[in-house]
Design a protein around this ligand. Sequence first.
Ligand SMILES: Cc1cc2nc3c(=O)[nH]c(=O)nc-3n(C[C@H](O)[C@H](O)[C@H](O)COP(=O)(O)OP(=O)(O)OC[C@H]3O[C@@H](n4cnc5c(N)ncnc54)[C@H](O)[C@@H]3O)c2cc1C
Ligand code: FES
Length: 279
Amino acid sequence: MTESTASQDIYLPMPATIEESKLLTAVDRFFRIRLSSGAELGHMPGQFVEVSVAGIGEAPISLSSSPDTTGVFELVVRKIGRVTDALHALPQGSPVGIRGPFGTTFPVAEALKGQDILVITGGIGLVPVRSAIQYMLNRREDYGEMAILYGTRTPADRLFTDEIEDWRARENVTYLETVDRGDEGWTGNVGVITTLLPKVEVSPVSTRVIICGPPIMYKFVIAALAARGIPLEHIYVSLERRMKCGVGKCGHCQINGYYTCLDGPVFNYAQLSDVPEAI
Ligand SMILES: Cc1cc2nc3c(=O)[nH]c(=O)nc-3n(C[C@H](O)[C@H](O)[C@H](O)COP(=O)(O)OP(=O)(O)OC[C@H]3O[C@@H](n4cnc5c(N)ncnc54)[C@H](O)[C@@H]3O)c2cc1C
Ligand code: FES
């Protein structure tokens, strides 16, 4: 991050421009965005922004680039409804509004430092997790063993395919992936993401786990980790809930007293052990 970070009224979108926009899959579009003020967004991995399209509305979207990417930040938006359809339709150079960054972060600069890292991610969950992966790879010597497990429904759903090949090629990272259903060109693992877990070493003492993926994934992954002795407080999850304001005012994102926009989206899992509806 540079010293010049965006400071703003949390309710007022900052003007910004889409510098680059490209499809990653049939429904997921990558955006590189620059704030018109020239300031850095000043985020940390795990946080999100509220992105607005004039006349349409606003949607919370995770930051996908690490704060080391200066001058711009990156998002991936899945086309699912009004705001996300409108974002997909905007040509490069279009204006958008940005509020944020909001929410909690993966503790890459604190609790994860010096530990062995296991990242478990599924589908579009790779979007926020990529920011943390980039941050840690840029400071690889600050962490112990590092493993990344990624699962998608089909090979066509894989995001950031070029970057994934870089991770796979690195000697100091274990990268494993799986798909629920292969196709004629797929020679890799087929099966749910928990089928990859026995292939990595974990330590109840030194392993710290980051999880982000579809809701169904969490229960099974956390049960498999618990069976291997990983304490709940060594697990960090990023949760998605319907949000409106993004700043703790509207109550839309509440889970049993927690505001996902303020207390999350990243939670230490031990924090949620008495909130069964969270996962
Ligand atoms: C913290 C956070 C981070 C997010 N990060 C990303 C991201 O990086 N990339 C991305 O593509 N999306 C992300 N999302 C989800 C994104 O915010 C929603 O897809 C978006 O708000 C939908 O807006 P819309 O106007 O296009 O859809 P709408 O027209 O409002 O809804 C279309 C359909 O999608 C359903 N829907 C809308 N929002 C959600 C939701 N949050 N969960 C489940 N169903 C929903 C609606 O019920 C409806 O069926 C994130 C959400 C949160 C809370
Ligand atoms: S989104 Fe409004 S309180 Fe969290």
